[in-house]
Design a protein around this ligand. Sequence first.
Ligand SMILES: [Zn+2]
Length: 335
Amino acid sequence: MIEGMAGVRKRWSGAAALSGAAVFFALAADPSPPAPQPLGEGAWWIPGGFLPKRQPDGNTVVLQGPEGLVVLDTGRHAWHRQAILDLARARGAPVAAIVNSHWHLDHVSGNPALKAAFPKATVYASGAIDGALEGFLRSSAEGARKFLATPGLAPETAEDIRGDLASVANGRALRPDVVIGANATMRLAGRPIAVHLSRDGPTAGDVWLVDPALGLAAVGDLVTLPVPFLDTACVDGWRAALAEVEATPFETLVPGHGRPMSRAEFKLYRRAFDAFVACAASDAAPATCATGWTRDAAPLLAANGQDAKRAEAMATYYVRDVLRHGKGDSPHCRH
Ligand SMILES: [Zn+2]
């Protein structure tokens, strides 16, 4: 969810209807930057969010090395990237490396501002954003421009959509300096990190990191709550990537959206994911698959304080309007 601005239309319409008169209120002050949470020595989680009438921010993970900070994902909103800049200032360390787990706008939109603050920072990502700028993001932008004309659109929603359109218009600034083309152990900011590339999962190229010293995996949108965000997904590649994650020796895993998980919680997520996509590929009613998801993932939804009814509605959408429109994958799956 998402940066699929056109695809999100239905959900936003529903949200606007539910929030009623709230759409007439003026914009409130921007939310405060999220507070970094320590994950171990020299490691922090900056929580992403999903505020009412707003598009989401993905999680950020920051790792400190001898040469500065490694930042995995830069969020969408100004207040999210401000939290990253504030942490860099508090640590007295430059941002030396930015890694994008994938090209969705809730994970890359902060790149230009971080580069402006730290011009020597190197951006690492898969090359998948090039295809996205020519395809998914371009067509989403067309839908978003039309959506902006919706009568009664919440000003916060309109502001987010205008921000996304500006990010796409300046899409070259989101591209990596160094393309990750294969699994490798790299020194980022002088810190040894196992860099993994999974092809044809949530996007055509998803990068995820394992810090061996901390037993920490940061996997971007291979793991998301309240549901797997299947907007641009290839299901088989995603399943294979989750198997590869499970085979790595992590103790704590930071998902793309939601709180850090234990290994046992990740295994539960993986089982629920496999059952959900198997149901989507069967003849079962979309609502049946969605109920299965909220049942299987119930402990994770509870741990994140997430509403099962909302998760169920989103899960139904992903079966009915995404996977079953693409013969089992998202219609935007690119092999
Ligand atoms: Zn995301």
